[in-house]
Design a protein around this ligand. Structure first.
Ligand code: ADP
Ligand code: MG
Length: 430
C-alpha cells in the first residue's frame, strides 16, 4: 500500500454512485491511466476526532492480508486534492447478489445457485483458514462480475479471530436477518460458525426464492441515516452500545431490543426451540436465562419448509441451520457435501448468463422510482373499483408462492438487506 505517497483520486473519473451503506458511498469510476473500471469506496472521516478511523485501518489491513479469487481485491488508496477524503480503490464488480436477485425477470438455475454457493464457501473457507471472521455476510456484500466470479466484499466489520487476540467480541455484528442464534443470545466468544449461519441463510434464500428469516423491525428502530452515522445501528434498540471497557460492559450486557428478540423467535419457529440436549452450551450463554424462558417450544420445520428441494440440498440446509454453532457445518465440509458433487453439477462461472449491471442500491432506487411512477399513474387516473392495485399485488404474491424451486422471485420491498436491517456501527465493532 502506498501509505505515504497515496495518489490523487483525480487518477479516476467518477461515473456514477453504485452503493451507499452505513459506512460511505461507493462510486463506479474509470482509470485515466488504462481506462479500466474501478469502484471507489469513500472512507467516512466525518466526526473523527482522532484522525484516520481505526475501523478503516482494520478493514484495509485485513484486505491487504487476503489474496484469493473469491475475495475482493483492493488496488490502492487514493486521496482527494486537499486530503480531506480518502478512498479505497477496488476492482469493479458488475453486480451484488441482492441487486442481481432483485431484478425483474431474473431466475437462477440450479447449476447457477451451486456455482454461486461454491464460490461463496470457497472464499469464506479461505478467510476462516486465515483466521478472519467476515461478520457481515449478506447478498449486498457478495459481488459478482460479468464473468460470473463471486467475491466476498465489505470487510468493514471483519476481524481476526486468531487465538492470541481472543478478547471478548461484540455480539452486535451481522445484519439482523443473517445473524445467528448464539449472537442473539449474547455470546461474546464465537468463531467462523457465525459466518456459516449467514451463508446458510443465503443458501436457503436461493433455494426458496425469498428471504427466510426476515423479521419486521419495529418503527423506532428505523432511524434516519444521520442517527445511524452517529453511532446507533439502525436495527438496535435505543440503548447505548456496549462500551469496550470490560467493567462498563458488564452493565450493558443485557438482552437486545424487540427486533432482536423477534428475530430469535423466527429462528426458533423454523429451526425448533433448542434444548440443552440439542445444544449443550445453550444455558451458559449470557442472555439464556432471561430470554429462553419467554420462548414457546416450537418443533423444527426445516424438512417441511424445504420439502421441494432435492434431498442433498435439504441435508445441507439442515447442517447450515444447526442452532448449536459447535455442530454447524463448516465452509469446508459444506463444500464436500453431496450437493456440490451430484448432478446437476455447479456450472463454471464463465458459463453463467451475462446481465446488465445491478447493485442493491440501484435496484432499490429503480423499484422506488417504479412504485412512485405507479402511484403517480394511479393518482392521475384512478382505476375503476380502486382495488386494481391490490388485485395486481395479490396476483404477484400468488406467482411468488408458486415460483419453481431454485428460481428467484423478487424479494419483498426492501430486498434482502433493507437499509434499516444493518448491524452495529462499524466504528464500535470489536
Ligand atoms: P458498506 O460498508 O457501505 O456496506 P460496501 O463495501 O458493502 O460498503 O459497499 C456498498 C455497496 O457498494 C455494495 O453493496 C455494492 O453494491 C457496491 N460495491 C462495493 N464494492 C464494489 C465493487 N468493488 N464493485 C462494484 N460495486 C461495489
Ligand atoms: Mg456492505
Amino acid at each position: 500500500m502506498r501509505s505515504y505517497s497515496a495518489r490523487s483520486v483525480e487518477a479516476y473519473e467518477k461515473i456514477e454512485q453504485v452503493g451507499e451503506g452505513t459506512y460511505g458511498e461507493v462510486f463506479m469510476a474509470r482509470s485515466r491511466d488504462d481506462s479500466s473500471l474501478v469502484a471507489l469506496k469513500k472512507v467516512k472521516l466525518e466526526g473523527e476526532r482522532e484522525g484516520f478511523p481505526i475501523t478503516a485501518i482494520r478493514e484495509i489491513k485485513i484486505l491487504k492480508s487476503l489474496n484469493h479469487d473469491n475475495v475482493i481485491n483492493m488496488k490502492e488508496i487514493v486521496t482527494s486534492k486537499n486530503k480531506s477524503s480518502i478512498y479505497m480503490v477496488f476492482e469493479y464488480m458488475d453486480h451484488d447478489l441482492t441487486g442481481l436477485a432483485g431484478r425483474e425477470g431474473i431466475k437462477f438455475s440450479i447449476p447457477q445457485i451451486k456455482c454461486y454457493m461454491q464460490q461463496l464457501l470457497t472464499g469464506l473457507n479461505y478467510c476462516h483458514l486465515n483466521n478472519i471472521l467476515h461478520r457481515d455476510i449478506k447478498g449486498a456484500n457478495l459481488l459478482i462480475d460479468n464473468n460470473g466470479v463471486l467475491k466476498l466484499a465489505d470487510f468493514g466489520l471483519a476481524r481476526s479471530c486468531a487465538l492470541e487476540n481472543s478478547r471478548a467480541l461484540t455480539n452486535r455484528v451481522i445484519t439482523l436477518w443473517y445473524r445467528p442464534p448464539e449472537l442473539l443470545l449474547g455470546t461474546q466468544a464465537y468463531g467462523p460458525a457465525v459466518d456459516t449461519w449467514s451463508a446458510g441463510c443465503i443458501f436457503a434464500e436461493l433455494l426458496l426464492g425469498k428471504p427466510i428469516l426476515q423479521v419486521r423491525v419495529s418503527s423506532d428502530a428505523r432511524l434516519p441515516r444521520r442517527a445511524k452515522a452517529r453511532g446507533r445501528a439502525s436495527n438496535s434498540p435505543r440503548v447505548p452500545n456496549p462500551p469496550s471497557s470490560l467493567f462498563l460492559g458488564f452493565f450493558f450486557l443485557k438482552p437486545q431490543g424487540k427486533s432482536e428478540t423477534e428475530q430469535l423467535d423466527l429462528i426458533f419457529k423454523l429451526c425448533g426451540t433448542p434444548s440443552a440436549e440439542d445444544w449443550p452450551g445453550l444455558h451458559s450463554l449470557p442472555w439464556a436465562k432471561t430470554i429462553l424462558p419467554t420462548k414457546k417450544a416450537y418443533p423444527r420445520r426445516v424438512q417441511e419448509v424445504f420439502r421441494r428441494a432435492p434431498p442433498s440440498a435439504r441435508r445441507l440446509v439442515e447442517r447450515f441451520l444447526t442452532l448449536d454453532p459447535e455442530k454447524r457445518v463448516t465452509a469446508r465440509d459444506a463444500l464436500d457435501s453431496d450437493y456440490f458433487w451430484e448432478e446437476p453439477l455447479p456450472c463454471k462461472p464463465g458459463d453463467l448468463p451475462k446481465y446488465e449491471p445491478s447493485h442493491e442500491f440501484q435496484t432499490r432506487k429503480r423499484k422506488q422510482e417504479a412504485s412512485r411512477a405507479q402511484e403517480e399513474r394511479a393518482r392521475r387516473a384512478p382505476a375503476p373499483g380502486a382495488g386494481a392495485g391490490y388485485g395486481a399485488a395479490a396476483k404477484y404474491a400468488g406467482y411468488r408462492a408458486a415460483a419453481p424451486l431454485g428460481s428467484w422471485a423478487a424479494p419483498a420491498a426492501g430486498g434482502m438487506t433493507a437499509s434499516w436491517a444493518q448491524p452495529k456501527k462499524k466504528d464500535e465493532a470489536e
